[in-house]
Design a binder for this molecule. Structure first.
Ligand SMILES: Cc1cc2nc3c(=O)[nH]c(=O)nc-3n(C[C@H](O)[C@H](O)[C@H](O)COP(=O)(O)O)c2cc1C
Length: 193
């Protein structure tokens, strides 16, 4: 059982969103004690020059503005640390992830916090966690060479140490929405709680 789940939705849509419905189903299936929720539709700020400089300044040398600038990022990283399981519901937008989800990744991928550089290369720090990623698409087959979403998400999660990643696709919805949704629902029902 997942004690704490971090539930993230990235679709710009609320009404009729397939990924929101399926991510909620996934969270229910996991039967968590605590669910932390982030709706990325109300966009996170993009990282900017102040943010980048603050992030590269050692924590004990940051001034008040730099500490302020990183407050949201610190909160998002803390949510990831607290989670045993991360559930991400995301559409494919323009063959990749929505900018809302990319903004979240930019906020949480931080050297010294979620990964670190070692003599042997980068090492993810968010170890011992599991992720379930629900991806919906209109025509792009998840796992195909024009899907730049699922491989990217798997890589970024792994880069931060989350290597146990399950991808559940409700893809090619435009071709057969019912079949795509049913196969995703079946995969969710088969998830280990
Ligand atoms: C801005 C935008 C871009 C999209 N780009 C793609 C795409 O590149 N490939 C694809 O298969 N579907 C694409 N779609 C379709 C969505 O992936 C599909 O409708 C999905 O169900 C949306 O997720 P949601 O139902 O949770 O909102 C796009 C949809 C939107 C709104």
């Amino acid at each position: 059982m997942s004690r704490t789940v971090l539930h993230i939705d990235a679709s710009a849509r609320h009404a009729g969103s397939v990924t929101r419905e399926l991510s909620a189903l996934t969270v229910a299936r996991l039967n968590a004690d605590t669910v932390l929720y982030r709706d990325l539709a109300s966009a996170l700020p993009q990282i900017d020059e102040t943010w980048v400089n603050a992030n590269f300044t050692p924590a004990d040398q940051r001034d008040a503005l730099q500490r302020d600038t990183l407050t949201l990022s610190d909160q998002l990283v803390d949510e990831l640390r607290r989670a045993d399981t991360i559930v991400i519901g995301t559409p494919v937008y323009n063959f990749s992830v929505p900018t809302s989800l990319k903004a979240w990744i930019d906020q949480v991928a931080r050297a010294g916090e979620t990964f670190r550089y070692t003599a042997d290369g980068p090492e993810g720090l968010l170890t011992g966690k599991r992720a379930v990623v629900i991806i919906a698409s209109g025509g792009t087959a998840v796992g195909s060479e024009i899907d730049f979403a699922s491989g990217y998400l798997r890589h970024m999660l792994g880069f931060m140490g989350v290597t146990d990643v399950e991808i559940i696709a409700a893809d090619k919805m435009a071709l057969d929405a019912e079949a795509a949704q049913k196969s995703a629902e079946d995969a969710i029902a088969a998830l280990a709680a």
